[in-house]
Design a protein around this ligand. Sequence first.
Ligand code: FES
Length: 128
Amino acid sequence: MRGPGIALLVCYLPPMFDLHVFVCTNRKEEGKISCAPQGGEAICEEMKKLSKSTPELRAKKIRVNKSGCLGICEEGPNIVVYPEGTWYTGVKQEDVKEIVTSHLQNGVVVERIKRKPPVPGVPPAPKT
Ligand code: FES
């Protein structure tokens, strides 16, 4: 009988953060694609640093965490921003400042690197 009560309590807890950013820093065994060898760790460190770089950003409750595999390794390096669940794929180090300024600070998603839903029958675009 405790289960439903706990579930209700969890549902009504306020969110811990205004924005919670997960940056995949997973490293798989040699020969398998993963985010760390493609720059995931450096991207995460830059994201952490820049997310506290202005008074506007420091006024928000933003948490940047390293994450394990997010399940779409071939599209990496990958980032997901909650609570809305915006995914960024193929992120490069030079994209981090734009994500922080546009999305985290001003609430405008960076459409050019936002993950698009797959179209049935159409193969994904090759990485550039
Ligand atoms: S290793 Fe990053 S999504 Fe799998």
